[in-house]
Design a protein around this ligand. Structure first.
Ligand code: C2E
Ligand code: CA
Ligand code: CA
Length: 764
């Protein structure tokens, strides 16, 4: 029995020594107090073993005394360790002197006991139950002082531990359990052995347990537990979501943010998150990479969250996989802000359609993606939109734009996109099969009545370009569609115009004309040609001034090639002024030659009314050249007149009052020819013979012509027949009472010199 006991104690001594070595190596702040404790423990156990093995009484008295001494120092070391561990400052000089002083006194007293026997005495005894011979101790009163001291030390250490345990945060408590539990065990077993006067002190067994617990607890488990506890608290409060899986793909941790972001409940979070990981792995070729980053969306609390996901495989220092973790960052706000910014950067604020840049960008993508689909690029334009704004206010103007955008958006087919390109310009890319020209006509028609309580009609034109080459820049396609719109300037009947290649050529030509026009006028490249106005007798009454551009490279250019461009761009004003000046100058020359019977008719175009003070201009001219206003006749087409009848009439009447004669040009080609006659008091009607050609029923046309002529005469106007090409025409016109003619039958427009040679020299 005794041998077994000693053998176990020896084995435990080895364990304690091992703990001592580990502690020494660890070099923690607790290493020194722990080492002191272990060494005193080892000495105590060794002393006790020698005590048990003692044969003589003296030997037994020495070792037992030594053992008691060791208990003093062991408990003192324990208190020292506890104070250090619990961070309690008992190291005041008073305590030090008090405790160390008493320990020394007690040590001396116990060592002297061999001689004096004042503390305990030993005598051999036999334990009947165990059949064991042992040294039975008889304790003197002084021994109880020693015992009391030991209990004070133990109680102090215990009190500190309990006090700390009660006050400390939960994650620190575990640290104290490691010390408190084996310590109580040692004390309790010791107390039991004492009180039962048991021959062997069994509490020594627990010294080793205490040593292991203190070593492991304070040097390893507690710091690790503390770290884990702290980290999990930190991670739990992260703004990021963290989900960790072990190497068997079990979810071992997910902080609250992760559950919130994934939209999983606390209760079933592990199974849901494990499912997520399995799905993710399946979609990512087994998730074999060490790191991955991507973005995805999750529905949580009824709203969609944009998450930035990071995946990382954790490996230990031997490169073995420990597990994986996902880090989730909530990007919802950023993504929303980014989308808002992107929306603002790519969309028109008023209508919500794509803006110019984005529309072209999108169009290019679509065309590139599916180049085989037949498509149209459409451009829309609201005619005179500025006028809508001016007349009805910008708010109404905005409404028109918004409604038009909504109308365009209505055709919401796949790959059909719409954009606002300019103020009132919209564009649409649409598959040919989805575009319906009739529908477009109707829709634009509907929009025309957007402005309430008004007779003003909005006119919207759609320019349509059938895309030939999908690789062409969408911008160019749009330009072609808008070119189609330009081609119907002034034609208010058309809503949809298709682009044709001639339009481009015309545009290029126009550009060339505009570029050279100014210098051509100042360089004298324009010449006044005259087309004679002759009587039935063939004698000239005068001529119509018609412009001819004598281009240095191209030779003679006819008005058909430059008048409409000049009218569109306003360059016509300069040309007309030039022509009027030429005409007035020529009349002055003729007057000087005594030919005041000859007149010259000049053309006035629409823009002249708006940008020139016609009254001042013409009166200025006749005054400058000293000619009679009756010789300078003013031609205005009926279409120009009708555009703003009141304003034009006011100017024309004042000119008439001054003595000028007004001719209505191209009479019969407009829509309200007869109607206008009641309002306009012109002097001369020029009836265009082309008007006759248009009709198939010549007999009926002649009746009409006849009545126009007689009506004009009744209204006090004289009539000029224009475009007379044949003798037959001349004859029936004469029959109808027409007196003056103009046309190829008599002469084409000719240079002034030629005119003078042909019509003036002969007569002179
Ligand atoms: P317009 O004022 O009606 O001038 C008459 C046009 O008819 C002239 O064409 C003339 O050559 C053409 N013409 C005359 N007799 C006949 C005929 O028997 N058969 C045919 N098929 N045509 C005939 P032109 O000179 O080419 O001028 C065309 C238009 O250009 C003019 O039409 C006029 O509107 C405009 N224009 C010409 N010069 C000027 C100008 O200096 N200022 C303005 N504002 N317009 C001008
Ligand atoms: Ca004319
Ligand atoms: Ca004419």
């Amino acid at each position: 029995m005794e041998t077994g006991y000693i053998a176990v104690l020896s084995a435990l001594l080895v364990v304690m020594a091992g703990c001592g070595i580990v502690t020494a190596k660890k070099k923690s702040e607790y290493s020194v107090p722990i080492l002191r404790l272990i060494v005193s423990g080892i000495v105590a156990v060794v002393s006790y073993i020698f005590f048990l093995l003692s044969d003589s009484l003296t030997e037994a008295m020495v070792f037992d005394g030594l053992y008691f001494v060791c208990t003093d120092w062991m408990l003192l070391c324990m208190l020292g360790y506890v104070c250090r561990y619990a961070d309690v400052r008992l190291h005041t000089p008073l305590f030090r002197i008090l405790f160390t002083g008493y320990a020394i006194t007690d040590t001396v007293s116990l060592l002297l006991n061999v001689r004096t026997g004042h503390m305990f005495r030993l005598e051999p005894a036999v334990h009947a139950g165990m059949g064991l011979t042992y040294w039975s101790a008889e304790f003197m009163p002084l021994h109880y002082w020693h015992l009391g001291f030991c209990y004070v030390l133990a109680a102090a250490a215990f009190a500190i531990l309990v006090w700390k345990l009660a006050r400390t945060s939960r994650i620190y408590r575990k640290m104290y359990y490691y010390t408190i539990v084996p310590f109580i065990t040692v004390l309790a077993v010791n107390a039991v052995c004492y009180s039962l006067d048991y021959p062997l002190d069994l509490s020594l067994f627990f010294y080793a347990v205490l040593a292991i617990c203190i070593c492991y607890g304070s040097l390893y488990a507690a710091p690790k537990g503390l770290l884990e506890g702290m980290l999990s608290h930190v991670v739990a409060d992260f703004s990021n979501g963290i989900v960790c899986y072990d190497f068997k793909e079990r979810c071992i941790y997910a902080n609250a943010r992760a559950c919130e972001m994934f939209g999983v409940e606390e209760g079933d979070k592990y199974s849901r998150l494990e499912q997520y990981y399995r799905d993710w792995k399946q979609q990512n070729h087994g998730g074999n990479e060490d790191y991955a980053q991507w973005e995805e969306e999750h529905e949580a609390d009824g709203s969609l969250r944009s998450l930035r996901m990071e995946y990382q495989r954790l490996k230990d220092d031997k490169n073995a996989v420990m597990g994986v973790f996902f880090k989730l960052t909530d990007m919802t706000d950023e993504v929303r802000r980014f989308r808002e910014e992107q929306y603002l950067a790519t969309h028109d604020r008023l209508t919500g359609l794509y803006n110019r840049e984005y529309f072209f960008q999108k169009a290019e993508q679509i065309l590139r993606r599916k180049p085989d689909v037949e498509r149209f690029m459409i451009c829309t334009n609201i005619k005179n939109f500025k006028l809508v704004n001016d007349l009805f206010g910008e708010e109404t103007g905005d409404r028109v734009l918004v409604d038009q955008a909504a109308m365009l958006k209505f055709s919401n087919y796949e790959d059909c996109i719409q954009g606002r390109i300019g103020a009132d310009r919209f564009a649409m890319l649409i598959a040919k099969e989805h575009f319906n020209a009739d529908l477009a006509e109707k829709s634009t028609g509907r929009l025309q009545y957007l402005i309430n309580d008004s007779n003003y009609k909005i006119h919207i034109v759609l320019g349509v370009y059938k895309i030939e080459d999908p690789g062409e820049a969408p911008q160019v396609m749009y330009d072609k569609a808008s070119m189609a719109i330009e081609s119907v300037q002034g034609d208010y009947q058309k809503n949809v115009v298709f682009y044709d290649t001639g339009m481009l050529n015309r545009l290029l030509h126009e550009k060339a004309v505009v570029g050279e026009f100014d210098s051509a006028i100042s360089g004298g490249q324009f010449q006044m040609y005259l087309q004679p106005l002759v009587g039935a007798d063939g004698k000239a009454r005068g001529g119509e001034a018609l412009a001819r551009w004598i281009h240095p490279a191209q030779g003679l250019i006819l008005p058909v090639n430059f008048i409409s461009v000049a009218e569109k761009t306003g360059l016509i004003i300069k040309l007309d002024e030039y022509m009027w000046e030429q005409a007035a100058g020529r009349l002055k020359k003729w007057k000087d030659l005594g030919r005041q019977d000859l007149s010259i008719s000049v053309n006035i175009s629409a823009k002249d009314f708006y940008y020139t003070d016609l009254y001042r201009k013409f009166t200025g001219l006749v005054e400058k050249y000293g000619i009679s206003p009756a010789n300078l006749k003013l031609e205005i087409t009926e279409t120009v007149l009708m555009a703003d009848l009141e304003m034009h009439m006011a100017v024309l009447t004042s000119l008439q009052e001054y003595g000028f004669q007004i001719e209505i040009d191209d009479f019969g080609s407009g829509y309200s020819s007869l109607n206008m006659l009641k309002d306009i008091k012109a002097d001369i009607l020029k009836i265009d013979m082309l008007f006759l050609k248009k009709t198939e029923n010549e007999a009926r046309s002649r009746v009409i012509l006849n009545s126009i002529i007689s009506m004009a005469r009744q209204l006090g106007m004289s009539v000029i027949a224009e475009g007379v090409e044949t003798g037959e025409q001349r004859d029936f016109l004469v029959e109808m009472g027409c007196e003056i003619f103009q046309g190829y039958y008599f002469s084409r427009p000719i240079s002034v010199e030629k005119f003078e040679n042909m019509y003036m020299v002969v007569q002179a």
